[in-house]
Write a protein that binds this ligand. Sequence first.
Ligand code: HPA
Length: 267
Amino acid sequence: MLEQQFEYIRSITDFSPEILIILGSGLGDICDGIEDRIEIEYGDIPSLPVSTAPKHEGKFIFGTLSGRRVAIMQGRVHLYEGYTPQEAVNHIRLIRLLGAKYLVITNAAGGINIGFRPGDLMMIDDHISLFVPSPLVGKNDDKLGTRFPDMSEVYSKRLRKIISDCADDIGVKLQNGVYVQLTGPAFETPAEIRALASLGADAVGMSSVIEAEAAKHCGYEVCGISLISNLACGISKTPITAEEVHEAGEKITPVLSRLIINSIGKF
Ligand code: HPA
């Protein structure tokens, strides 16, 4: 499958990205500054899962940003759309085959840490994968990576330092924390949030962990930033809505875009 998808892209372009950036809910407009742009819809690539989630467009954008060759995933696919964990990481493996070495994950997340506020950006220092099925289950493809990959530093210290320094330079306050992925699509209950807090999670969402795990397996250097779009259930006094998550994403996009653009130039 990956070979066929690779051949399809190669029939369109010989572009070889260095960096893959995955854009979460409402975080679209980093793409405005891309030069030499080539767009490929997920739906045009043989058997590649397409995004069905609201505000997830479902296409790759290739081009140059900050002097670096980037592939942007405008829209990801989630477990709650009915995809298997392997399907949900297909795009990441495909872009690795094209040459990418670095992965920047972004997402919208609910803040569990009581020090967080909606609109904060959180550097993902580590993750908890216990509540989602692993994308590495099944026959291992040794060409991609090893059967039993080490996960002691999924999120690269080197990349985290670059991003933290860039945040300081542009005067953006970054929180740090542990992200936990659940399958969704329902938001959590207050009891679940209390349980996740006691396990050490600072932010909760419905993506990213399986992506980081698959990316680490196939050799990317990985980093991730969560937009804290809302306080998690039970910490927030009001019910959570998808609209508030998207609106928060749209508001913070210029800051997050600037942070990513400045950072990737130094990867
Ligand atoms: N929970 C799960 N996923 C989310 C949330 C949340 O509170 N906010 C944004 N994505």
